[in-house]
Design a protein around this ligand. Structure first.
Ligand SMILES: NC(=O)c1ccc[n+]([C@@H]2O[C@H](COP(=O)([O-])OP(=O)(O)OC[C@H]3O[C@@H](n4cnc5c(N)ncnc54)[C@H](O)[C@@H]3O)[C@@H](O)[C@H]2O)c1
Length: 330
């Protein structure tokens, strides 16, 4: 705590998609926010609005190296999250998860901070049970191309719980399921951003497999609310806690909805399924509901609308988009 009672919060990966929304929320609530990022996938632009905020500070740092700062709470979000980005340099991905966790846990131990890990539904791998509950151990291929991410995140969870048992650290582990919203990367291959950008450009929408695989999508504001509630929960609640939307939709249905909402002329084309792509992933969020009083609030239609507007603005800077044409705006 600062001398005047203000909480000092560090967000690693704070210039990324989720991190930038989290920084905004924490700064708006009056915390001192230290955003730490190496800008691997994040950008200064994502936090540009915060630059003038008196309680906000941006630091370029790679969390695979130790960091010494005085903080009360640490949200550890640093790690590329999309397959294209995390498979580009898989060794660095594992290092970020594992060395990064060790460094953040070491820091939390030294300054007696509370520390939250952004884990992932990928720890369940290609699951045999639906929906996934926190006590399911998962089915992960340890030598596949996704393993750098999946196993890195699993090892980070192990480290968090060993620091908890061995050093009595105050830890929180959130298992985040597919989240979408403004500031996702336009070209990172994730399904929502991919479909929206392709639809806005009238390019073919690439559907992997038959499109019958299901996903559940959580809007970013809901997810951030879950992270903040988890950090504020009593010390006994370590998690892991699933955070995500439990309403499923097929990937084909998502594509069709986005085409309709963007008034796009894009055809839907099929491509082979990538390796280890799960058929179905759906969180059981009973624990989050019971322990945090948390549930998703934003309907898919509303979240998609806001996300489409974001990408439309982004593309409009470079080229005319179908939304602009449809509304007669240019
Ligand atoms: N978005 C999702 O649907 C989702 C789902 C599950 C888990 N998560 C987790 O949430 C976190 C944030 O994901 P996101 O979607 O915002 O991804 P993102 O790629 O937008 O953000 C990750 C941020 O971490 C930074 N970073 C990467 N390596 C770093 C390092 N070594 N040191 C410092 N900074 C580093 C990047 O520059 C970026 O700003 C990640 O840990 C991810 O695994 C996200």
């Amino acid at each position: 705590m600062r001398g005047d009672g203000v909480t000092r919060v560090m967000v690693t990966g704070g210039a990324g998609f989720l991190g930038s929304h989290l920084c905004e929320r924490l700064a708006a609530e009056g915390s001192d926010v230290l955003c730490v990022d190496n800008f691997y996938t994040g950008t200064k632009r994502n936090v540009a609005k915060l630059a003038k905020h008196p309680g906000f500070e941006l630091m370029r740092h790679d969390i695979t190296f130790p960091l010494y700062v005085e903080v009360d709470e640490i949200y550890n979000l640093a790690c590329p999250a999309s397959p294209i980005h995390y498979q580009f340099d898989p060794v660095q991905t594992t290092k970020t998860s594992v060395h990064g966790a060790i460094n953040m846990l070491g820091l939390a131990k030294r300054v007696k901070a509370k520390v939250l890990q952004a884990s992932t539904s990928e720890v369940y791998g290609d699951p045999e049970v639906h929906p996934q509950r926190e006590d399911y151990w998962g089915r992960v291929n340890p030598i596949g191309t996704r393993a750098c991410y999946d196993e890195g995140k699993r090892c980070a969870e192990t480290l968090f719980f060993d620091y908890y048992r061995q050093h009595k650290l105050r830890i929180k582990v959130a298992r985040i399921f597919n989240t979408y919203g403004p500031r996702m990367h336009p070209n990172d291959g994730r399904v929502v951003s991919n479909f929206i950008v392709q639809a806005l450009r009238h390019e073919p929408i690439t559907l992997y497999g038959d499109g019958q695989q299901t996903r559940s999508f959580c809007y970013v504001d809901d997810l951030i609310d879950g992270l903040v509630r988890l950090m504020g929960s009593p010390d006994e609640l370590t998690g892991p806690v699933n955070l995500g939307n439990s309403t499923e939709i097929t990937v084909l249905e998502l594509a069709e909805r986005i085409v309709a909402m963007t008034h796009s002329r894009s055809p839907i084309v099929r491509k082979p399924l990538p390796a280890d792509d799960p058929r179905q992933r759906q969180p059981d969020t009973t624990l989050a509901e019971r322990a945090l009083g948390w549930r998703t609030k934003t309907p898919l239609e509303e979240g998609l609308k806001r996300t489409i507007t974001y990408f439309d603005d982004l593309l409009r800077e470079g080229e005319p988009s179908p939304l602009a044409v449809a509304s007669g705006a240019g």
